[in-house]
Design a protein around this ligand. Structure first.
Ligand code: SAM
Length: 238
């Protein structure tokens, strides 16, 4: 296992250039991250749409999506692929989920959990209603037994709920829904858990809690795209 104390901040992009999950598109003189739009013509957060060789792409803004920020900062393993199944806790208005929906495609499936009804309505209107591969679940992530619409186990559990006890909530969800050797992405809000601790300490302590059940693959600081968050990427040991 990698030493968990190394929180990475590197800027180079190490994932394969052409992995078919996401793309690098030239726009305004720069190479920018993009996904192939599952719903051509449809924008989710006023992101730019670009057509190349008859295919429409949506630019994926790392300042708006922490998963995109992780890619920009050197994410090494990207388990979201065509046909993947994902349990996503804290979908909010669906910015990141919409790109995962592009990636997993029509044969993939995302179970998107959100407890705030106003936010969830926005998510339904702007994202889930256009995308058949998203099943919205208006539930509290603390009660995974009550997600009646999740069937089978998923390839990836992605957690971004900004709660002080989110690591425990995440582990309870993984126990119920993550496949053996599945991937786990945990977004840690370094300032919300305990204001008296340094961000590095907070991330280390949260990573420590999952160590018994997961191999920690990488911890990525999302600066400069997001100053208060890091992402822990882990793989289930069994
Ligand atoms: N992941 C989103 C994205 O990248 O577009 C942003 C997520 S936002 C930081 C956190 C979301 O988690 C909020 O919409 C909040 O309502 C939701 N949330 C917080 N606690 C929750 C819980 N216990 N169950 C379900 N959703 C929760």
């Amino acid at each position: 296992m990698k030493k968990i104390l190394e929180i990475e901040t590197k800027r180079e992009i190490s994932l394969e250039e052409d992995n078919q999950s996401f793309f690098w598109i030239k726009s305004e003189g720069e190479k920018k991250l993009a996904t192939e739009n599952l719903v051509p013509g449809n924008q989710v957060y006023r992101e730019k749409l670009i057509v190349k060789k008859g295919v429409e792409y949506r630019l994926w803004d790392p300042f708006r999506s922490k998963l995109a920020a992780a890619i920009m900062n050197g994410l090494e393993e990207f388990p979201f692929r065509n046909k993947s199944t994902v349990l996503y806790l804290g979908v909010s208005t669906g910015t990141t989920v919409s790109h995962i929906s592009d990636i997993v495609g029509p044969s993939g499936m995302i179970f998107g959990v959100e407890h705030a009804s106003r936010v969830a309505r926005d998510f339904l209107d702007r994202v889930a209603s256009y995308r058949k591969n998203i099943i919205p679940i208006l539930q509290d992530a603390r009660k995974p037994k009550e997600y009646f619409s999740v069937f089978g186990k998923v390839d990836v559990v992605y957690v971004d709920i900004a709660q002080p006890d989110q690591t425990k909530i995440a582990l309870d969800n993984c126990k119920m829904y993550l496949k053996n050797h599945g991937y786990f992405f945990l977004v840690i809000k370094t300032r919300s858990i305990d204001v008296t601790k340094s961000p590095r300490r907070i991330v280390e302590e949260e990573a420590e809690k999952i160590k018994g059940e997961f191999d920690i693959l990488q911890i990525i600081d999302l600066h400069p795209y997001d100053k208060d968050h890091a992402i822990v990427i882990a793989k289930s040991l069994k």
